[in-house]
Design a protein around this ligand. Structure first.
Ligand code: FAD
Length: 555
C-alpha cells in the first residue's frame, strides 16, 4: 500500500538527494521526480573540468542514472519533463513532456521543489549570438565543448570573475585558449575581501590572462565570423564568450502558485524547508534560508546546503523533527594552484550589515617549515571584539586551505570564539601542520587583541590617519628586509635594537609597529607598551600591506 505520493521538481543536487533519502526512510512512498533537462543527478560542479578535459569521458559526470534510481530505489525519474503548473487546491502538478509536447497531470500529497537557479544573462546587445554561452546544465557544457573543438577557438572571453568564471578561465587556459576575463567590479571573486584575492592576480598574469576589472560588459557584436566583446571601453575579438555573471533563484513555478518569495528573490521556507503551503517543500538554490551569523534571510546557491536541505525535507516529510540550522556560505575555489576559501561574514558583508567587528590577519606555513614543501597560508579572521565570537574567516594559499576554513566553519556553527581557536586540538605531523597550526595562530593573534594584550591597527587606518596627529610607524624588520621593500614614511628599527632606542622614541605620538607578518611587531608592541608607550600593531605586517595596496589600484 502506498503511504504517500511525493512529487519532486528537479532531479539534480537537491531533488535527487531528497528522493533517495525519502526512499531510505519510507519504502512504501510513491516517489516521482520530473527533470526538465536530459540528465539527473549530474555533477554541475564538475562541468568546467569537463570542458577543460580533466574529467573525461562525459559519463563520469553522471552520478546516477534514472535506471539506477529505478533499480536501487524504486524511484520514477522522468527526464525531459517540465513541471509547468502547480494546482495547490487539487494538489496536482501539470507536466509537459518536452520531447513530445504532450502535457498531463500528476497528483501529490507532498510536493518538493528543487528547481535550482538560472544563469543571469546581462541585458546588453549580442548575448543571444551563436558562440555566447552560459554554463548550468550538462547540455550547456557539451555545447561549449563542441563549439571550442569544432571552431578550434584560440581566444575566449569569460564575463564575470566569480567562482564559475574563474574555474572556466583556468579550464580554457588548460585547453591552450587565450583568455580575457572581464569583470564589472574592481576585484575578482567579489564574495571575498579585495586584499585577500590578490595572489590570484599574479597567477592570472603568469598564464597570460588579460584581466579587465571595473569593466561592465556593454555589447557583443559579430565580427568576421567571430565575436567582438565591448566592455569598459575596450574591445576584444574572440571565438567564444562564456557569461558567468551569476545566478538567480528559479522561482517561476513557485511564484505562479502564490508561494511566498523573499526579498532576495528566493522561495521562503521555514527551518523544516516547508514553504508557505504546508504540502509544498522547497530546497536548494531556489530558496532563501537564514544566515547563521546575522540571523537574517540570505541566499547561498551552493551544493552542500542544497544537499543538507534535501535531507531535512525528506526527514520532515517522513515525520522526523529535523531542522536546517542555516548557512555560513562556506565556499572554496582553486585556480592555477592557488586556493581561497571563506566561511561566515567577509568584512564587506559585516560593513553592509552594520555588524560590529574586529579583524586580524595572520600568515603562517601550512605545515612545519623544516619539512619540505611548506607553503604560506594568509588568513583573515573577523570576530566580535566584545566577546571574541567568530564572525567569519577567509584564507588563501597553495595547500591546506580547506582544512583550516572547515575547522573555523565548524567553530562558528558551534558558537565558537577566537579563544576556542587558540585551544583547538588539531592533528599534527610535519607533513600536515605544525604544533601551532595556522588555526591556532589566527586564534592567538585575535585572542591577544581581544584580551587587550596588544592594540591593533590596519593599513587603511594609516591612510585615514590625521596628518597632524599621525602615528610614528616603526618597521621592526631587519635592514635587509626593509631595503628590499617597505611602506613609505616608516622608520626602520630592527626588533633586536628596539630596547636601545627607547629613550629616543616620542612619548607624545602613537607608535605603530609592523614587520613581515605581524609576529615580531607583536613582540615589539609588548616591549613598547610595557615601557609606557601608546602602541599599535599593524595587523598582518608588510605581507598584508602589499595585498592591501594592490587591492586598491586606483589610490
Ligand atoms: P540544480 O542542481 O541546478 O537542479 C535543478 C534542476 O531542476 C535542473 O536540472 C533543472 O533543469 C530542473 N528544473 C528546473 N525547473 C524545472 C521544472 N519546472 N520542471 C522540471 N525540472 C526543472 N556548488 C558548490 O558548492 N561547489 C562547487 O564547486 C560548485 N560548482 C559549480 C559549478 C557550476 C558550473 C555550476 C553550474 C554550479 C556549481 N555549484 C557549486 C552550485 C551547485 O551546483 C548548486 O548549488 C546545486 O546544484 C543546487 O542544487 P539544486 O537542486 O537547487 O539545483
Amino acid at each position: 500500500m502506498i503511504s504517500r505520493r511525493v512529487v519532486i521538481v528537479g532531479g539534480v543536487a537537491g531533488g535527487a538527494s531528497c528522493a533517495a533519502r525519502l526512499r531510505r526512510l519510507d519504502e512504501n512512498a510513491e516517489i516521482f521526480v520530473f527533470e526538465r533537462g536530459g540528465f539527473v543527478s549530474f555533477a554541475n560542479c564538475g562541468l568546467p573540468y569537463y570542458i577543460g578535459g580533466i574529467i573525461a569521458p562525459r559519463e563520469r559526470l553522471l552520478v546516477a542514472s534514472p535506471e539506477r534510481f529505478r533499480d536501487y530505489f524504486n524511484i520514477e525519474i522522468r527526464v525531459h519533463h517540465e513541471v509547468t503548473r502547480i494546482d495547490r487546491e487539487q494538489r496536482l502538478v501539470e507536466v509537459r513532456n518536452c520531447q513530445t509536447g504532450i502535457s498531463f497531470t500528476k497528483p501529490y500529497d507532498t510536493l518538493v521543489l528543487s528547481p535550482g537557479a538560472k544563469p543571469v544573462v546581462p541585458p546588453v546587445p549580442g548575448v543571444d549570438l551563436p558562440g555566447v554561452f552560459t554554463l548550468r546544465l550538462l547540455e550547456d557544457a557539451e555545447r561549449i565543448y563542441r563549439w571550442l573543438e569544432d571552431r578550434q577557438v584560440t581566444r575566449a572571453v569569460v564575463v564575470g570573475a566569480g567562482y564559475i568564471g574563474l574555474e572556466m578561465v583556468e579550464n580554457l587556459v588548460r585547453r591552450n585558449i587565450a583568455v580575457t576575463l572581464v569583470e564589472a567590479a574592481d576585484q575578482i571573486l567579489p564574495g571575498f575581501d579585495g586584499e585577500m584575492v590578490v595572489p590570484f592576480y599574479d597567477k592570472l598574469a603568469a598564464h597570460e590572462v588579460d584581466l579587465l576589472l571595473g569593466s561592465p560588459l556593454s555589447a557583443i557584436e559579430p565580427h568576421n565570423s567571430q565575436l567582438a566583446v565591448l566592455a569598459g571601453g575596450k574591445r576584444v575579438d574572440c571565438g567564444a564568450v562564456i557569461l558567468c555573471v551569476g545566478v538567480r533563484p528559479e522561482v517561476t513555478l513557485a511564484q505562479a502558485a502564490g508561494l511566498e518569495i523573499g526579498q532576495l528573490g528566493g522561495i521562503r521556507v521555514d527551518e523544516q524547508m516547508r514553504t508557505t503551503d504546508p504540502n509544498i517543500f522547497a530546497v536548494g538554490d531556489a530558496v532563501e534560508v537564514k544566515d547563521l551569523v546575522t540571523g537574517k534571510w540570505t541566499w547561498v546557491p551552493l551544493a552542500g546546503p542544497a544537499s543538507r536541505q534535501a535531507r531535512v525535507a525528506a526527514d520532515v516529510i517522513c515525520g522526523r523533527p529535523s531542522r536546517f540550522r542555516g548557512v555560513l556560505g562556506t565556499a572554496i575555489i582553486t585556480a592555477f594552484g592557488v586556493t581561497i576559501a571563506k566561511t561566515g561574514l567577509s568584512e564587506k558583508a559585516a560593513q553592509r550589515e552594520g555588524i560590529r567587528y574586529q579583524k586580524s590577519y595572520s600568515h603562517s606555513p601550512h605545515h612545519a617549515t623544516y619539512y619540505p614543501g611548506s607553503k604560506p597560508i594568509s588568513m583573515k579572521l573577523l570576530y566580535d571584539p566584545a566577546d571574541g565570537r567568530i564572525l567569519g574567516a577567509q584564507a588563501i594559499g597553495e595547500s591546506g586551505i580547506d582544512k583550516r576554513i572547515d575547522v573555523i566553519s565548524m567553530a562558528i556553527q558551534k558558537g565558537g570564539t577566537v579563544f576556542d581557536l587558540e585551544e583547538a586540538e588539531l592533528c599534527y605531523a610535519p607533513q600536515f601542520g605544525s604544533a601551532r597550526d595556522p588555526v591556532n595562530i589566527a586564534g592567538f593573534v585575535a585572542g591577544n587583541i581581544c584580551r587587550g594584550d596588544v592594540e591593533v591597527a590596519h593599513w587603511e587606518d594609516l591612510d585615514r590617519a590625521d596628518q597632524n596627529a599621525s602615528p610614528l610607524v616603526i618597521d621592526v624588520r631587519t635592514p635587509g628586509e626593509y631595503a628590499a621593500g617597505a611602506p613609505p614614511r616608516v622608520v626602520n628599527i630592527p626588533l633586536g635594537e628596539l630596547r636601545s632606542w627607547l629613550h629616543e622614541l616620542p612619548t607624545d605620538r602613537e607608535l605603530w609597529v609592523h614587520c613581515g607578518v605581524g609576529q615580531r611587531a607583536y613582540y615589539a608592541a609588548r616591549v613598547l607598551s610595557q615601557k609606557g608607550f601608546r602602541v599599535k600593531n599593524l595587523s598582518g605586517g608588510y605581507t598584508t600591506y602589499r595585498s592591501y595596496r594592490r587591492s586598491k589600484p586606483k589610490d
